[in-house]
Design a protein around this ligand. Structure first.
Ligand code: FAD
Length: 108
């Protein structure tokens, strides 16, 4: 079986980084591609109980793929729901914190 923690860290890195570099305002085709990526991930993720919970979470909280800020915050909240389940610390889902951790950070 896969190393669920290592898989999770890698997957969150990919997802949060992709969101941090997503267009500020995504064109329709980009939105469709992101929606397909998230749906596919929830179906193909190689940890079956993680995938089941992610599918349910996505169903009740549909992805906001309109642009960078909405997508980053939406993902942050999904990650927080896994953090809660695992007893991990909550991340503060502000655009400032998210950009600092996963994007280019504050401009100087
Ligand atoms: P991770 O939770 O992997 O976080 C990596 C880094 O992201 C942190 O160091 C922090 O800097 C940052 N971060 C933390 N929270 C947030 C946030 N809310 N927004 C943005 N950045 C943040 N594991 C299970 O055991 N059971 C599950 O059911 C499960 N479901 C998962 C579902 C999905 C879709 C994914 C991608 C992973 C899942 N995992 C699950 C794995 C789990 O979320 C962690 O990745 C794993 O436990 C390793 O945790 P970690 O403490 O190293 O940090």
């Amino acid at each position: 079986p896969p190393d669920v923690a290592q898989l999770g860290r890698s997957t969150w890195t990919f997802l949060h980084t992709t969101a941090a570099y997503y267009p500020l305002k995504a064109p329709p085709e980009t939105q469709n591609n992101m929606m397909a990526l998230l749906k596919s991930l929830s179906l193909l993720y190689p940890c079956s109980w993680c995938a089941d919970d992610f599918q349910k979470d996505i169903k009740y909280n549909p992805p906001d793929v309109s642009g960078r800020e909405g997508l980053s915050r939406w993902l942050c909240e999904r990650h927080n729901s896994v953090n809660l389940k695992l007893g991990k610390e909550r991340f503060e889902c502000t655009n400032e914190k998210l950009d600092e951790r996963w994007g280019e950070g504050p401009k100087n």
